[in-house]
Design a protein around this ligand. Structure first.
Ligand code: HSE
Length: 315
């Protein structure tokens, strides 16, 4: 089949937020969208081939051929509908740090899928559930891609029919603060440190904290410290990110709800009011042995967006 003529010359602009997954006890389940964005412009062409430009984070580092993750996500979406991939011109402007636990790979995947959705508008319609399924296929777990797609706080779970999600609106007092180190952590390495099974009492511990965390995030921020305890992943990974672990312990001793962001090595503080963040930033600046960038980020409530420009509108 040839490229549908409705698509050639069509351009799309996509914006996707950073995310923090797990949030302590919600391993592979909970995620929060943060107001820090990657932006992508894609134009479809009749001539085959891809041309990729990357600006900002990843410039000169990420591949600019068909192996680029955004290109692979676009191709995966076209494939899912048995449609041939058109020629593509991509320009990415990235702000989400790579390899730091802020959902950059999930954002790249969601960028590609949303770009494909825009390019395919009027040709095939892709609903929310399909978007999540396509993104989870590529990411392997839904906890970053769900908030990247839908914004806010998301609970994601898998079923034999595919991944599902529920989006919740976070209490307005909840104030995220992310500390980003200069070093990276591989998610694959972090996942390899997880045991095959965990004690039953640890599972019960995390079930209780995860349930409490939903209440804390949407209604009772004063419960955030108790609600962000975890026994399923952080202790197993702690030796691979000792500085993260040290700062989390210090912050928690001072009453801050600090957790590893995603698979690390960034850490996320869920302050119960905006002012608390300055105190936490001051503590980290005094106690850390290496530089950490403190990002006071709002919760993103919108998630990924795509806008479509038809070729006629360009002339
Ligand atoms: N839930 C995932 C993990 C998030 O912690 O491994 C990072 O992709």
């Amino acid at each position: 089949m040839s490229v549908p003529s409705a698509m050639a010359g069509r351009s799309v602009t996509v914006q996707v937020p950073a995310t923090s997954a797990n949030l302590g006890p919600g391993f592979d389940t909970l995620g929060l969208a943060l107001a820090l964005y990657d932006t992508l412009h894609v134009t479809a062409r009749d001539e085959p081939g891809v041309h990729v430009e990357v600006h900002g984070i990843g410039e000169g580092e990420v591949p600019t051929d068909e192996s680029n993750l955004v290109v692979r996500a676009i191709a995966h979406t076209f494939d899912a509908f048995d449609l041939p991939l058109p020629g593509l011109d991509l320009v990415a402007h990235n702000s989400i740090p790579h390899g730091r636990g802020l959902g950059s790979s999930g954002a790249a995947i969601v960028s590609g899928i949303m770009a494909a959705k825009g390019l395919l508008e009027g040709i095939v319609e892709i609903d929310s559930e399909k978007l999540l399924a396509l993104a989870t296929d590529m990411e392997g777990h839904p906890d970053n891609v769900a908030p990247a797609l839908f914004g806010g706080l998301t609970i994601a779970w898998t079923t034999p029919e595919g991944p599902k999600h529920k989006k919740l609106i976070v209490h307005r007092g909840v104030s995220p603060l992310v500390f980003v180190p200069e070093h990276v952590m591989s998610t694959a390495l972090a996942r390899s440190l997880q045991p095959e099974s965990v004690p039953h009492e640890d599972a019960v511990f995390n079930v209780s904290r995860s349930a409490l965390l939903i209440a804390a995030l949407i209604q009772s921020p004063e419960l955030l410290l108790a609600a962000t305890e975890d026994k399923l992943h952080q202790s197993y990974r702690a030796a691979a990110m000792p500085e993260t672990n040290k700062l989390i312990t210090l912050l928690r001793e001072q009453g801050f709800a600090a957790v590893v962001s995603g698979a690390g090595p960034s850490l996320l503080v869920l302050a119960s009011d905006p002012g608390q963040r300055l105190v936490a930033a001051d503590l980290v600046a005094r106690e850390s042995d290496t530089p950490w960038q403190a990002l006071m980020l709002a919760v993103d409530f919108q998630g990924a967006s795509v806008s479509v420009t038809e070729p006629a509108a360009l002339v």
